[in-house]
Each structure stands twice: as C-alpha cells, then as structure tokens.
Design a protein around this ligand. Structure first.
Ligand code: GLY
Ligand code: MN
Ligand code: MN
Length: 241
C-alpha cells in the first residue's frame, strides 16, 4: 500500500509517462524506426524531470508487437501495421507503466478496429471492477471472458481467449513489477496495472492497452485517465486527420 506522499510521486511518474505517450503518438508513422520512437519517448521523460526509465521501452510494430517484452526496437513501423508502445517513466524512484497501440499510417483497418475495440472493452470491464477485495487473478478472468465470448474469431474459426498471453496486470510502485501476486486481495492504496492484450502472430498483429489504477475505499482511480484510449481519440492524438 502507498501512502499519500507516495501516490503523489506515482502521479508524477504517470503524468511524465503520459507526456511520453503523446510524444510517441506524434512520432509513429510508416517508415519511422521503432528506435526513433524509443528515443523521442526518452527525451520527453527527461524533459518532464523524470530520472529515466522504469523499464526498457517497448516499441513493436506488426509481428514484433506479438513478442512479449520485445525491447530491441530494431524494426521499422510498416504501412498498415499496428505499433505497441509500452513505456514507463521513473520519477522520484516511482514507476509509471502505460501502453497504447497506434496504427502506423493513422488509420485502422476494419479488422484492426474490431480487435482494438475488443481489447478496449476488456480494459473497461476490468477498470469498472477494480475495488477492495478483488484479486488480479479474478480481474484476468473478466478480461478473458470478454475475449472468449466475443463473436470475433481467429483465421481458423477459433475463439480469441487463447491469444491473451499474459496476466491482467501487476502491482506498480518502486519497481515496475512491484512485489505482490495475482491472488492478493486488493486494498485501498495499492496501485496496479490494467493491461489486457491480444497477440495474433498469424495476422502479425499485437494490441495491448495499459492504464495504472490506485485502489480507493470504494473502487479505484485511473491515474492515467488523462491519456486518450478510445480509438477515435487516439487517432486525434496522432494528428493525422
Ligand atoms: N512493460 C512491462 C509490463 O507492462 O508489465
Ligand atoms: Mn507496460
Ligand atoms: Mn505492466
């Protein structure tokens, strides 16, 4: 659990991370190297007064976005590809950890948009459910259910739950992956990430959306509510229309 002073430092870490995401949104485009996006994010963090990174930045375009913890950032954002940007600033020793997924050319295909909106629905359902007493494991079941119950299918006609390849989130604080497991009952003052994702290597498509939430007495506060997440708002943030 974080006390009020720690929560203020976490707000600063998350706010700096939001600035980094806005810089990434303005930089991602077809033909730009993943490493260039990484560099712009780092400059934005430092300009916000952050000491540096909470973890190595992840910028993965197309197939690279389906590789968890991909941090080589050695590829080029390709036309028609989705780009996962998972970044965190370290500020006053506390960590932010936010992910957004951007279409490299500023437009979603119908398929990309359907998958994006499904990940967003999982994210929103979890955000509504974060409160004292629930566990991260139970929150994952909510997100998995959204994927499994969807009418969307993979290329073989199979349901999508199997493509949610990781946990729903983790505790966040002095470490990006702070101590505390999936079966800990949440208490006010705890901070966790909410990061559902779908990874379809057959379609060279990965989508992850990640916000940081502090548990309150009655529910939670999304510390990253100031960063657009709905598809139309994300496109607007990319300044492409
Ligand atoms: N960037 C690592 C994570 O989101 O957990
Ligand atoms: Mn992350
Ligand atoms: Mn995370």
């Amino acid at each position: 659990r974080k006390d009020d002073g720690e929560i203020e430092l976490m707000r600063a870490a998350v706010d700096a991370t939001i600035v980094g995401q806005r810089a990434a949104a303005g930089t991602v485009r077809a033909g730009v190297r993943e490493g260039a996006v990484e560099g712009v994010v780092y400059a934005a963090f430092r300009n916000e007064g952050a000491e540096g990174l909470a973890f190595p930045s992840i910028v993965g375009s197309g197939f690279n976005a389906t590789t968890l913890h991909y941090d080589q950032n050695a590829g080029v954002c390709g036309d028609g590809e989705l780009v996962v940007v998972d970044i965190g600033a370290r500020y006053g020793y506390y960590c932010g950890d936010l992910t957004r997924t951007y279409p490299a050319d500023g437009r979603f295909t119908d398929r990309q948009r359907s998958l994006y909106d499904l990940v967003l629905e999982a994210h929103d359902r979890v955000a509504d459910a974060i409160r004292p007493g629930i566990t991260i494991f139970e929150l994952r079941k909510i997100a998995y259910g959204v994927f499994q119950d969807s009418s969307l299918r993979d290329r073989h006609g199979e349901r999508l739950g199997q493509y949610f390849l990781h946990g729903l989130g983790h505790f966040l604080g002095l470490d990006a992956h702070d101590p505390g497991g999936d079966s800990v009952e949440l208490e006010p003052g705890m901070v966790i990430t909410n990061e559902p994702g779908l990874y379809l290597p057959d379609e060279a498509t990965g989508i992850r959306l990640e916000d940081d939430h502090v548990v309150t007495l009655t529910g939670n506060e999304n510390l990253s509510a100031g960063l657009p997440i709905r598809a139309d708002e994300v496109l607007e943030m990319m300044h492409r229309d």
